[in-house]
Design a protein around this ligand. Structure first.
Ligand code: FES
Length: 259
């Protein structure tokens, strides 16, 4: 897919939790095509300590409103600027769309389970919307430490069934996503997951046991985002792959994870 370097303009910033902000960005012309699971590299203009762009998942693309949504967690100087320093009207320079996205269903009857944890839920919203747009009904299984850490639940509910786990039991079933009773009751044709690595490994273990195809979105450290610096390499059954260019979404059959 062709890549672009665009000066996007902040249309709105929405505080989603104590440390998460949703940036709604727009562009003077029509936004380019992007697929669920791809990401953007954002230039950090507001910090002297952050030379490198930051990779951020595409949370949602609203083509009718010509908006790109990025769900950003404040974890370092760069993301702190994105979550606290930018305001409506500011320009955010982005390289996009980067990487390969999730495999989408071939037909509306395929049952896709989208499993997310923490800010890793971000790309699953756009994926769910795309599945619903083709006539399917995605199932979301979303996990967090507490109910306050569950992000954008009302948005997910627009596109499919939503099941939730929290570690403290403050919402949904108590425990981790892989403990949810849904996994004992239903079968799926594909599991697509994004979140902390231990969670994705547990989901991958479940998928192997249940004999279900599974794709994970890796979050290796990235710099260039274009396959040039090799800092995001993941060893796989077919040799070293750049997560930024050959991923971030990979089928678990390619990985050397000890499941
Ligand atoms: Fe530079 Fe992947 S981030 S090669």
């Amino acid at each position: 897919m062709k890549k672009y370097i665009l000066d996007l303009r902040v249309r709105e910033t929405v505080k989603v939790s104590g440390k998460h902000v949703l940036l709604k960005l727009t562009y003077d012309s029509k936004l380019p095509e992007m697929v669920p699971g791809q990401f953007v590299e954002v230039r950090i203009d507001g910090s002297a300590t952050t030379m490198l762009r930051r990779p951020i998942s595409i949370n949602f693309v609203d083509y009718a409103a010509n908006e790109l949504w990025l769900l950003v967690a404040a974890v370092g100087d760069g993301t702190r600027w994105l979550t606290g320093g930018v305001k409506p009207g500011d320009v955010v320079n982005c390289v996009l769309p980067l990487g390969n996205g999730f495999t989408m269903p071939e037909s509306a009857d395929e049952k896709f389970l989208l499993v997310g944890g923490g800010v890793g839920v971000a790309p699953l919203l756009y994926m769910g919307e795309r599945i619903k747009a083709m006539g399917g009904e995605p199932t979301f299984l979303l996990g967090a430490r507490t109910k306050n850490d569950l992000l954008m639940l009302e948005e997910f509910e627009k596109y499919g069934r939503v099941f939730v786990t929290t570690e403290d039991g403050s919402m949904g079933e108590q425990g981790f996503v892989t403990n949810h009773s849904l996994l004992q009751k239903e079968t799926f044709s594909m599991i697509s997951t994004c979140g902390p690595k231990p969670m994705m490994m547990a989901v991958a273990r479940y998928a192997v046991k249940a004999d279900v195809e599974c794709e994970v979105s890796l979050e290796n450290m990235m710099a260039c985002g274009l396959g040039a610096c090799l800092c995001c390499v993941e060893k796989t059954v077919s040799g070293n792959l750049c997560v930024c260019k050959d991923g971030p979404v990979l089928n678990i059959k390619k990985l050397l994870w000890q499941l």
